[in-house]
Design a protein around this ligand. Structure first.
Ligand code: RNT
Ligand code: ZN
Length: 414
């Protein structure tokens, strides 16, 4: 234990905050790290369509993982530099097989190597159907496509991902969140939004009709405001999925890049949590649009952490990340981004929550203001450093050296 931590612990105690309890709570919060930051959302299948869907990684920084083995090596490095036990969020396009099954042919065995690896690493698994980067998605319509054959293709894909995810959850002894995001939308103003939304609902209903035990599989649905190429209308809007999740008992996924740029996503949690049991977050950083920048210790992320803690929502929120930047070291993006999410949670856990809430209840907004601002100077960094040390993860210069050395080691991949 460092003397820096000793004195920080005392400072927090003087504010009525137990730093040990905060660290113990943080250690129990798994972050589901997304596999797609490691290879610029390319995946490991023989591609039949454009990347599409309005999502795009830009940049050509050397070191992109080209194979499952390379991606796993990069992930192992990343997890070793992130304190605590976490999860991997895998997309169906990341199958590990020589068979080249199409999306409507995938089976558990095509993903079994990931499960073996995750077991060995002590990492939980989450999953996603992939409704983009395929010839059947080139119209930016999948589950809401007017062609029944195309809808059926994607329904079959979705059904298979649920079976695979449930098996993963059973193997891992921890429910696998299977998150559904479809790119469906229109570049220009549609004239029959109702038809598209009815098709999407009917397709989802079929995809989700088989019941699974919640101890193995948790279905989630993710809305979006717009994307490149789907500027005018997204079929699966926030209102569409909020209603769908409430009616069908699925998780609702809130991606921080999928709302109007002036909306505060943290503000939505407490409202949504009154109507849906469990939430999934895609913590991301939109810059002017759904740009998926790596998350910083920005106000948005800090507010998200505080809202999760202060609203008591950690128990029923699954925290996933969703960013991808190909202009910087991909492993550094994972490590720094994931740690930033943890830092936001730790800061919230170290705030004088009871005192702040009491001030608000007493309508003492001056006190709430003073406490909020003064607490920004509390020695959070010393507690974070202690947390990292206890979990064998480096900080500061040592972290920078580790990230630098790894980035250099993968640069020859091109
Ligand atoms: C796209 C959604 C979706 C994807 C991933 C790859 O706008 O945010 O979550 O980023 O599924
Ligand atoms: Zn997302």
């Amino acid at each position: 234990m460092s003397s820096g931590y000793d004195s920080a612990k005392q400072v927090f105690a003087d504010w009525g905050v137990d730093a040990e309890a905060a660290m113990a709570r943080l250690a129990e919060i798994p972050i589901s790290m997304h596999c797609w930051q490691g290879d610029d959302v390319v995946g490991f299948e023989a591609k039949t369509g454009t990347s599409g869907g309005g999502i795009q990684a830009t940049g050509n920084y050397p070191g992109r993982a080209r194979t499952p083995d390379e991606l796993r090596a990069d992930l192992e490095f990343a997890y070793a530099n992130i304190p605590g036990s976490h999860r991997l969020n895998l997309h169906a396009m990341y199958m590990d097989t020589d068979e080249q099954p199409d999306r409507d042919e995938i089976e558990y065995r095509h993903f079994a190597p990931w499960v073996d690896w995750a077991k060995g690493q002590g990492i939980g698994l989450d999953f996603n159907p992939t409704f983009f980067a395929h010839a059947n998605a080139d119209d930016n319509l999948t589950l809401a496509h007017p062609d029944k054959g195309i809808r059926d293709f994607w329904i079959e894909h979705g059904r298979r991902t649920r079976e695979i995810a449930a098996r993963m959850g059973a193997e891992m002894g921890s429910p696998c969140v299977n998150n559904i995001w479809v790119p469906d939308g229109y570049k220009d103003t549609p004239v029959d939004r109702m038809a598209a939304r009815r098709l999407l609902e009917a397709s989802l209903d079929r995809m989700l009709e088989d019941p699974f035990d919640k101890t193995t599989l948790l279905d989630a649905v993710e809305s979006k405001l717009f994307g490149i190429g789907v500027e005018a209308c997204t079929v699966g809007s926030h209102e569409f999925y909020l209603g769908y999740a409430i009616r069908n008992g699925t998780l609702l996924c809130l991606d921080m890049g999928h709302f109007h740029p002036t909306e505060n996503i943290a503000d939505k949690l407490s409202s949504v949590a009154l109507s849906v049991d469990e939430l999934l977050l895609h913590v991301s950083r939109p810059m002017r649009w759904d740009s998926d920048h790596v998350i910083l210790q920005s106000d948005d992320i800090l507010q998200m952490g505080q809202e999760l803690v202060f609203s008591g929502l950690l128990e029923r929120t699954h925290i996933g990340l969703d960013f991808f930047d190909a202009t910087i070291s991909r492993t550094a993006a994972w490590v720094i981004g994931t740690r930033n999410m943890q830092k936001a949670l730790l800061r919230a856990l170290l705030l004088p929550e009871a005192e702040l809430k009491a001030a608000e209840t007493a309508l003492d907004f001056s006190k709430r203001f003073i406490l909020s601002e003064e607490s920004k100077d509390l020695p959070f960094a010393a507690v974070w450093a202690e947390f990292c040390e206890r979990h064998d993860a480096p900080t500061g210069r040592a972290l920078m050296s580790a990230l630098d050395a790894y980035k250099a080691s993968v640069a020859p991949r091109g």
